[in-house]
Structures are given as structure tokens and as C-alpha cells.
Design a binder for this molecule. Structure first.
Ligand SMILES: Cc1cc2nc3c(=O)[nH]c(=O)nc-3n(C[C@H](O)[C@H](O)[C@H](O)COP(=O)(O)OP(=O)(O)OC[C@H]3O[C@@H](n4cnc5c(N)ncnc54)[C@H](O)[C@@H]3O)c2cc1C
Length: 389
């Protein structure tokens, strides 16, 4: 914990103290770059819904394309996800999806050839991927409802259907597409280069949250790929579910980072802004806001620390991950609302960052399973009774 006269860092439980020295140094190097280079560079693009391609090489150089596969501890991975979320939830979404759902899927379920062709470029962040699961008519009920089809042909497969909300769908070099095999009705995953004829991605305009992340509607019009496009390890929805276990835990860390941002922004604002001749930080109600945000943040961080322990031990199950995701994003939403109130009118001006964080949190509250769906998953595990199919 920072000492005496220094104010505490937003790592209020000092989780980094548990990292081996080498990982702690690496985390601090990453945080330094994120705070000094990335944080000031994302505010304007956020207001214009623009992606920030120029920031990717810097993230790649820091190894942010490899954290899932380079043997880092689960706690280090979590603290890195939080550090990125603390400066920008869109970039955190990109890096999280990239590591957990793109690199992770290919590394665990891909063929030797798929790994050799794509992992080096992906890990250097020289290429990015799109994870294509959700559809226009099937969000929460995707497992049962998935309608995109893959039909066996003499040469390979023909993919037909549409997807919605796909992160980086207009920017990615490859898409991992979940489609239903018309022969056996199983949901399988296909690696589709995005320059394949018939792949049509359109940016979703006018989002009010996660505005830097480019989400797309994608249509697959008779997209023909070879037999080698099928990921040999991804031959049923159970494999997608295994990936969602890790990615739900990652979103829990996003909730931690987002609350660190709320805490950072509010504390520095309250120590500068004066009303009635004194700093906002000296008003009791503002102090209560700060204390409540700190409590939410520590509750989320402490829970995520234990989630990392369970992951390291191989004991993490969906009930844990779903609860962590739901709880951390619920608390983040509550913290952002307090933070936004405490900035007064400036709480709705993007230059002051709070409204950026608050709006971005709305997206993480709904993706990777909405709050309701994750709650139903938890309660099903706890009661043995399913409220949905
Ligand atoms: C910014 C963003 C990025 C995303 N990125 C990706 C991506 O890269 N790849 C991808 O595949 N998907 C992505 N998604 C999709 C995301 O996973 C879905 O939005 C999510 O699963 C919810 O689906 P939906 O939006 O269709 O909501 P719906 O399923 O239509 O839900 C609407 C409301 O109904 C509630 N509801 C639904 N069913 C039930 C029930 N049985 N009981 C109680 N309440 C219920 C929900 O909780 C919600 O409140 C992204 C979404 C967002 C917003």
C-alpha cells in the first residue's frame, strides 16, 4: 500500500503485491504507457465513434496480444485487463476479445496449420480477429437459436446467415464464425478470412457506449471456404461455452478497471473543484460517494482476486464466472452513477471522462451475457432449477 502522505493508488487492495517481481514490473510498464500515451489519445476519438489504429503497435510492443498464451499468471492477466479498462473500455474489449476469444480459440481449438498461419500475427497485434456468435434475431438465446448455417460441399463449406454486434467486424483480417452444420445440427466454428467473397460487414452507427470499439452487422452471403476452415476442436456449442467461462471472468476485471477510472476521475476532480469556498472533497456527501465507490471497487477486486485463484487451480466454474461478471458490472454501474453526480454538469461532458466511462459501462453490463442471463445461470447452479432453456 502506498505510504503516509501519498494517496492510495486505485489498486486499493494492493493486489499487485501478490505478483512475482517480474510480473509486477511488467504491469507497471504497461500501466505507464496506458496512462501517459493511451488515456489522453482516446477522448476525442470516443466522441467521434472512431477507432484508434495508431495505438495498436504500442499495445503489441507491450505484449498485450500474448498475455493469454505466454504463461502469465491469472492474477497478472486480470490486473492487465483492469489497467486497460481503467483508460478505455473499448480498447480493453478489443484486447480482451482478442486474447480470450480469438487467440484463445485458435490456440486451444485450431489445427496446426491454422495456428501457424495466424497466431504469430495475432499475438503481435499485427492482425486482429472478429468473434462472430450473436445474430440479429438471437442474442440471449443464441445457444438454442443460432441460425447461421454451414453446409458441406465437395470443396469445403458454404456459410450463410448474419451476425450482429461483432467487435472489429469491419477491421479484422479473420472472423471466427459459429455456424450450424446442416448435416448434424451441431454448432461449429470456422476460420474465415474477411476478404473471402460474400463477407459483408457494416459498422453499427450511433452507439452511445463503447464508441471506440467498432461493432458490425455482418452478412455471410454464400461464403465458400475450404475444409481446412473448420477448427477441429470446435465441433459443438460446449466448446464455445468453455471459452465464455474465461471471457466472463475477463469482463469482471473490466468492471474493476472501470471503477478504478471512476475513482481516479472523481478523486482528482473533487480535490480541485471548489464550491462555497472549499474543495468538493471536503463535503460529506462527496466523501460518501468516494467511500461508496471505493467499497464497490474493493468488493469487485477482492472477488476477482479469488476468481483468479480458482482459475489457476482449474476450479473455476460457470457459476463463479457468471456471478463475477454480473456483480462487478452491476457495481461498476452504481459507482459510475455516483461519480457522474459528483462532477455536476461536467459529469456529462466527455472531456472530463466520467460520462465516457459511464456510457461504456452500459455495454459491458449487457455483453458476454446480460445481467439477467448471468443471474439466471448463477441461480440455476444454486437451485438446480432452470428459469430458461
Ligand atoms: C458493445 C457490444 C459488443 C458486443 N460484441 C460482441 C462480439 O464481438 N461478438 C458477439 O458474438 N456478440 C457480441 N455482442 C453481443 C452480446 O453478447 C449480446 O448483446 C448479448 O448476448 C445480449 O443479446 P441482445 O443484445 O440480443 O439482447 P436480448 O437477448 O434481446 O435481451 C434483451 C433483454 O431481455 C432480457 N432477457 C432475454 N432473455 C431473458 C430471459 N430468459 N429471462 C429474463 N430476461 C431475459 C435480457 O437480459 C435483456 O435485458 C456485443 C454486444 C454489445 C452491446
Amino acid at each position: 500500500m502506498p505510504q503516509s502522505d501519498a494517496l492510495p493508488s486505485p489498486d486499493l487492495l494492493d493486489l499487485r503485491a501478490e505478483l512475482p517481481a517480474e510480473e509486477r514490473t511488467r504491469l507497471e510498464r504497461i500501466e505507464e504507457h496506458l496512462q501517459t500515451v493511451v488515456r489522453p489519445a482516446v477522448i476525442e476519438p470516443w466522441t467521434r465513434d472512431e477507432f484508434v489504429p495508431d495505438l495498436l503497435p504500442g499495445l503489441g510492443a507491450l505484449g498485450l496480444g500474448t498475455i493469454f498464451t505466454d504463461g502469465s499468471s491469472a492474477l497478472f492477466q486480470g490486473l492487465v485487463h483492469a489497467a486497460i479498462a481503467r483508460v478505455d473500455l473499448s480498447l480493453s474489449a478489443l484486447v480482451g476479445i482478442h486474447n480470450e476469444l480469438i487467440v484463445g480459440t485458435i490456440a486451444h481449438l485450431g489445427s496446426k496449420e491454422q495456428k501457424a498461419a495466424w497466431l504469430p500475427k495475432l499475438q503481435a497485434l499485427e492482425a486482429i480477429g472478429a468473434f462472430c456468435l450473436t445474430e440479429p434475431e438471437h442474442g440471449s438465446d443464441i445457444a438454442g437459436g443460432l441460425a447461421t448455417t454451414a453446409e458441406r460441399t465437395e470443396q469445403g463449406w458454404t456459410i450463410r446467415g448474419s451476425k450482429r454486434w461483432i467487435g472489429a467486424g469491419t477491421l479484422a483480417q479473420i472472423a471466427l464464425v459459429w455456424a450450424r452444420d446442416t448435416a448434424d445440427d451441431q454448432i461449429k466454428c470456422f476460420l474465415v478470412p474477411t476478404d473471402t467473397p460474400g463477407y459483408k460487414a457494416t459498422k453499427i452507427e450511433h452507439k452511445t457506449g463503447l464508441k471506440i470499439m467498432q461493432n458490425a452487422d455482418i452478412v455471410f452471403e454464400d461464403v465458400e471456404v475450404g475444409q481446412d476452415a473448420l477448427l477441429p476442436g470446435a465441433t459443438s456449442f460446449a466448446q464455445a461455452n468453455d471459452l465464455l467461462l474465461a471471457s466472463r471472468a475477463w469482463v469482471g476485471w473490466q468492471g474493476v478497471g472501470a471503477q478504478q477510472a471512476v475513482f481516479d476521475i472523481l478523486r482528482s476532480y473533487a480535490l480541485q473543484r471548489e464550491q462555497f469556498g472549499k474543495k468538493l472533497a471536503g463535503f460529506q456527501i462527496i466523501q460518501q460517494h468516494i467511500a461508496e465507490i471505493a467499497g464497490n471497487l474493493m468488493a469487485s477486486a477482492g472477488m476477482m482476486r479469488q476468481i483468479a485463484r480458482l482459475a489457476e487451480a482449474g476450479d473455476l466454474v460457470m457459476m463463479h464466472a457468471a456471478s463475477a461478471k454480473a456483480t462487478s458490472t452491476r457495481l461498476a454501474r452504481s459507482s459510475a452513477s455516483l461519480g457522474r453526480d459528483a462532477l455536476g454538469g461536467n459529469g456529462i461532458v466527455a472531456d472530463y471522462e466520467m460520462t465516457k466511462v459511464m456510457n461504456d459501462i452500459e455495454a459491458i453490463y449487457s455483453y458476454e451475457g446480460t445481467y439477467a442471463i448471468n443471474s439466471l445461470i448463477v441461480a440455476r447452479a444454486l437451485t438446480g432449477v432452470s428459469a430458461f432453456r
